[in-house]
Design a binder for this molecule. Structure first.
Ligand SMILES: [Zn+2]
Length: 465
């Protein structure tokens, strides 16, 4: 039985029951598509992919929905900066996002839903909030009144009175309370807009998600996930909107939040200039290594990124792959070795770990213990045909969840110092230090490496001949 940490109750709760005959409903906040995904995003989506796969492997029916935030201030800002339409920006980076997810072997989401395809539902929800006097209209937009929703703060465990004015996201003098958030923003000159009963404009961020989940799942559902930076104000505001508009509690039974990937103890951010994109990593490391890197940490713990962690993940993976390869080459024994009883013990440890708040590091430890235990039997050809099958079946069960075995994994072939030089050169280029960048390129060419500058960043290849 799964027990899962719930941000709302701050305890490990039982997995919520699905409605009779219905699948369990999981919603995870998708990307705002205005730039390439970084390794923090990669972690979040691998985490929830593993979680969804584990639930399904336990025989649970699950429907996994993700939104695509394709209309938002950051997208508009990027479009204005690049001199293209918001739609061009949104579709370009949605495409890039889905390509990254495919490369990462993310296979569990059933539906990706764009905000811009749900404007009708968004307007209906704002109407309901206005009718119930949870919202008001000003000269800049329609706002949710947090003082009207008495439980505002229950997810992030803070009281409205104690919220600091510093948390305000969009200072707007027309709002009644600094924490009131936009449901509808009236269009400024040159901004995209849709018609509404209140005037031309676009939806606020939080209402996009509740409109999408309401249209696909109804007023209540079981699990909402994302990284922990979205707890406040995003998820807090989702709860306020949904419970106020539909009058049903709780909006979501289980709130799951995954930890950050930090760089030398700092959060990745544009202003710090320390963002590592998924593409940079996946150009060098196989997706399986990245998945292993994610699974080696508990999903709620922070990861302090270090290239050595990828190397360690790659080595661990190598052990599993070597074992699979050797297992395939064993000659079947005539007699049973009696290994099956012991396999059940490892399997139990594996599932106990996953059912305990998806403790993937402990589950992986059980897999490595299992491999160590089986090794001598494999070395000495002591496994009967059916026993070999049992061993292989368990490894398949593991891989169905973790997705970290590739039939012929392409190993990382680019040496670490070359990767660092490529990154350094890219940094120089971005800082417009072109002669330094060129010097690095010449050095790399001497060592037999070709750098191609693509729209998604530099690609490193071995020179031919
Ligand atoms: Zn969201």
């Amino acid at each position: 039985m799964f027990r899962i940490y719930n941000t709302l109750t701050r305890t490990k709760d039982r997995l919520p029951q699905a409605q009779r005959g219905k699948p369990l409903r999981l919603f995870v906040c998708g990307p705002t598509v205005y730039d390439f995904s970084h390794i923090g995003h990669g972690r979040t989506y691998v985490v929830f992919d593993i979680i969804a796969r584990a639930l399904r492997a336990r025989g649970l029916k699950l429907i996994y929905l993700q939104n695509i935030t394709d209309i938002e201030d950051k997208i508009i800002a990027r479009a204005q900066k690049d001199g293209v339409s918001w739609k061009k920006v949104a579709r370009t980076f949605e495409h890039a996002y889905l390509a990254d997810m495919a490369k990462l072997k993310i296979s569990s989401p059933d539906i990706y839903a764009r905000a811009s395809d749900h404007i009708v539902e968004i307007i209906a929800q704002i109407k309901a909030l206005l009718n119930k006097q949870y919202a008001y209209i000003t000269s800049t937009g329609v706002y949710f009144s947090v003082e009207r929703f008495k439980e505002y703060g229950k997810l992030s465990h803070q009281r409205l009175k104690q919220m600091k004015e510093a948390v305000r996201i969009n200072p707007d003098p027309t709002k009644k309370h600094f924490a009131d958030f936009a449901l509808w923003k009236f269009a400024q000159q040159g901004e995209p807009w849709w018609p509404s009963p209140w005037g031309k404009g676009r939806p606020g961020w939080h209402i996009e998600d509740t409109a999408i989940t309401h249209s696909r799942f109804g007023p209540q559902y079981e699990i909402h996930g994302s990284a922990l930076d979205l707890i406040f104000p995003h998820h807090e505001s989702e709860i306020a909107q949904a419970e106020a508009a539909f009058g049903k509690k709780p909006f979501v039974k289980l709130w799951m939040h995954s930890g950050f990937v930090n760089i030398r103890g700092e959060k990745m951010s544009k202003s710090l200039g320390n963002i590592i994109t998924l593409r940079e990593i996946l150009d060098v490391w196989p997706a399986e290594v990245f998945r292993m890197f994610v699974a080696r940490a508990h999903y709620r713990s922070p990861i302090d990124y270090d290239e050595d962690l990828l190397k360690d993940a790659s080595q661990g993976l190598g052990r599993i792959e070597d074992f699979v390869e050797r297992l395939g080459k064993t000659k079947p024994a005539k007699q049973k070795s009696g290994i099956e009883k012991q396999i059940r013990v490892f399997k139990k440890a594996f599932w106990d770990a996953l059912e305990d708040d998806f403790h993937t590091p402990r589950a992986l430890a059980a897999v490595f213990d299992f491999i160590s235990y089986c090794n001598p039997f494999v070395e000495e050809n002591k496994l009967q045909r059916s026993e070999r099958k049992t061993v292989a079946a368990f490894l398949k069960e593991v891989d169905d969840i973790f997705g970290m075995l590739a039939p012929k994994r392409k190993r990382a072939e680019i040496p670490a110092h070359v990767i660092r030089l490529v990154q350094l050169r890219e940094k120089m280029r971005l800082e417009k230090k072109f002669s330094e960048a060129d010097a690095i390129r010449i050095q790399l060419t001497k060592e037999g490496w070709v750098i191609e500058d693509t729209s998604s960043g530099p690609r490193t290849k071995k020179a031919r001949g």
